[in-house]
Design a protein around this ligand. Sequence first.
Ligand code: SF4
Length: 70
Amino acid sequence: MKIKINKDKCIGCGTCAALAPNTFALSEDYKANVINQTGDNEETIWLAAKSCPTGAIELEDDNGQKLWPK
Ligand code: SF4
């Protein structure tokens, strides 16, 4: 699975970094970054993606097929 952040959508709320701190971190410009694609287990990454209020976290499978947001 591949994780991407749509920076245009990210509002810097910090939810992803709070839920999956080994995967996401906020940068100085208050945009989320993926610090480790496999930092947390997939269940935790999915929880973070689904908890993002703006749908800024995009998940793809290994073939590049979009998994989230639906
Ligand atoms: S949860 Fe979404 S909007 Fe909030 S910091 Fe993470 S990517 Fe940005």
